[in-house]
Design a protein around this ligand. Structure first.
Ligand SMILES: [Cu+2]
Length: 178
């Protein structure tokens, strides 16, 4: 009989607890709840968090969007490309200048081929047979620097100028992304 009596008391406590929780969840927005409600407050903090879930993804997305881009600074001239040879993986900004006498441009492809082994057609790299990840317009002599972005994963890339004849004359440079 004492076991059953304890069970009844326990059941009564549980019911009471349920009623308390139900009551307190109704007005738990009033932050100045008295001290005895502390144990209920622990559970009530979950409910507002779930309600505010729309704010949480925005907060976590912000740091990724603000991550600074890696910079690859390149100088184009007759006939070669000088500048950065390796960067960390992620968002990369190519800052390209023409320090030569004639127009040049930049293309970036991911490739494990030798620097002079890209597929060619009509004196140029055949861009229909490579995956160009970043490119600039022709940059004139003395023209403004051009910036172009790309999202690069780890691996080996080739950067080249695709003005007719320039790739064959050596305007190609390797880029290692780590
Ligand atoms: Cu060129």
């Amino acid at each position: 009989m004492t076991l059953r009596g304890n069970a009844l008391v326990l059941t009564g406590l549980l019911m009471l607890g349920g009623v308390l929780a139900a009551c307190s969840s109704g007005d738990n927005t009033s932050a100045s709840a008295p001290a005895p409600a502390a144990s209920v407050a622990a559970t009530s903090t979950v409910a507002p968090a779930a309600g505010a879930s729309t704010a949480a993804p925005a907060a976590t997305a912000t740091p990724a969007a603000d991550a600074p881009a890696e910079i690859v600074g390149l100088s184009l001239a007759e006939f070669g490309i000088s500048g950065t040879g390796s960067v960390a993986a992620g968002r990369v900004t190519f800052e390209v200048s023409n320090s030569g006498m004639s127009p040049h441009n930049l293309r970036v492809v991911k490739s494990d081929l030798a620097p002079d082994a890209l597929p060619q057609k009509d004196g140029m790299v055949d861009e229909s047979r490579v995956d160009v990840l970043a490119k600039t317009e022709d940059i004139q002599q003395g023209g403004d620097d051009v910036e172009v972005d790309a999202e690069l994963t780890a691996g080996r890339y080739l950067m080249f100028c695709n003005v007719v004849g320039h790739y064959q004359l050596g305007m190609v440079k390797e880029l290692i992304v780590q």
